[in-house]
Design a protein around this ligand. Structure first.
Ligand SMILES: NC(=O)C1=CN([C@@H]2O[C@H](COP(=O)(O)OP(=O)(O)OC[C@H]3O[C@@H](n4cnc5c(N)ncnc54)[C@H](O)[C@@H]3O)[C@@H](O)[C@H]2O)C=CC1
Ligand SMILES: O=C(CO)COP(=O)(O)O
Length: 332
């Protein structure tokens, strides 16, 4: 398998960490970065000081600003933000050979179309099978070689297993799955719940409130996922519960940190404006609401996060709204 070529697209934290993962697994790796200065630094110095400061990228791999060069691969990994994924895949269409699997590592749902990442692959790269990578994994932890376990999902279980085998190393353990919908909804919605959890912490509402919010958020995530056909066991796994626990409790999470800032009373515009770190949940909240409305699913926490982000609701009014909803049975 050592001759397998992996093209990783996205010179940010996650793309760079995944290029390192593939290199550690013994693959021949080319990382494509839109920013040629990033590609040059990764290639010449073996560092990505903007996105993974303080980390030496060992073993080394090739980095390029040339899309076609990286696309001459046996496996394509797309690791740009969810809202940028369609544009990337469209640009890749002329370069990726038929049959080459495309593993999407972004966690989100597309604005305007409500499309999952695998649906975008099917639309933009027909004839190239889609897969997704998700689960609890901070790029920094992965790049440092700390132990991580993730889910690789593809409708074709044999493909999920092949991709897992291509990326496994002593510090990186992928589990194969076929529930692409459950894995993607878990990965997208956990970011929204992480923002909510951060708001609770930033506002000083206490650990009890944080735990309650996280559990009800998990119920919410499950309701939407099941309505879209996900299997309940998927939600209990790495890409659902596992990633929610990580992101809703760790200050390493950009989504949780955004929530803390909002809870502390800082301006959403400042926290999400130019130069701010990527927090996918800020995009996903309103898209998930739209998707849920179309499927008749109630997402009160996601709705509150979307309203707070849009400036339509204060944090205190959001908390009051959630606490005074009509009583209901747990498990519904
Ligand atoms: N950082 C992490 O720990 C993890 C991130 N992810 C997911 O990976 C995705 C990417 O996140 P990060 O790498 O962390 O973000 P980042 O902010 O570190 O990097 C994003 C990269 O994408 C590039 N980019 C943005 N728009 C682009 C476009 N239109 N065309 C080409 N390149 C573009 C940027 O220049 C940058 O290099 C997100 O969906 C995130 O949720 C998933 C797991 C872990
Ligand atoms: O997806 C992640 C961890 O699994 C990264 O979380 P943040 O985007 O919130 O930093």
């Amino acid at each position: 398998m050592s001759g397998i070529r992996v093209g990783v697209f996205g010179g940010g934290a996650w793309g760079t960490a995944l290029a390192l993962v593939a290199a550690r697994a013994g693959r021949t790796v080319t990382l494509w970065a839109r920013d040629r200065a990033v590609a040059a630094e990764v290639g010449s110095l073996g560092t990505n000081s903007k996105f993974l400061p303080g980390i030496r990228l060992e073993p080394r791999f090739t980095a390029t600003g040339d899309l076609a060069e990286a696309a001459a691969a046996d496996i394509v990994i797309a690791a740009v933000p969810a809202q940028a994924t369609r544009g990337l895949l469209r640009d890749l269409a002329a370069h990726v050979r038929p049959g080459v699997p495309v593993l999407v590592a972004a966690k989100g749902i597309e604005r305007g179309t409500d499309a999952l990442m695998t649906e975008i692959v099917a639309a933009e790269l027909p004839g190239r099978p889609a897969a997704v990578l998700s689960g609890p994994s901070f790029a920094d932890d992965v790049a440092r070689g700390l132990p991580t376990a993730l889910t690789v999902a593809a409708a074709d279980g044999a493909l999920a297993e092949r991709l897992s085998a291509a990326l496994v190393s002593p510090s990186f353990r992928p589990y194969a799955a076929t529930d692409v919908v459950g894995v993607q909804i878990g990965g997208a919605l956990k970011n929204v719940i992480a923002i909510a959890s951060g708001i609770v912490v930033g506002r000083g509402l206490g650990a009890s409130a944080q735990a309650a919010l996280t559990a009800r958020g998990f119920a919410e995530l499950g309701r939407l996922a099941r309505a879209l056909g996900a299997e309940p066991e998927t939600l209990m796994g790495l890409s659902g519960l596992g990633d929610l626990v990580l992101s809703a409790t760790s200050r390493q999470s950009r989504n949780f940190s955004l929530g803390i800032g909002i809870g502390e009373g800082r301006s959403v515009a400042d926290l999400t404006g130019t130069g701010a770190k990527l927090a996918e949940g800020a995009f996903t909240a309103s898209v998930a609401l739209d998707l849920a409305e179309r499927h008749g699913v109630d997402l009160p926490i996601t709705g509150a996060v979307a309203a707070v982000l849009a400036g339509r609701l204060s944090v205190d009014a959001a908390v009051e709204g959630l606490m005074t909803r009509p009583l209901r049975r747990e498990g519904t």
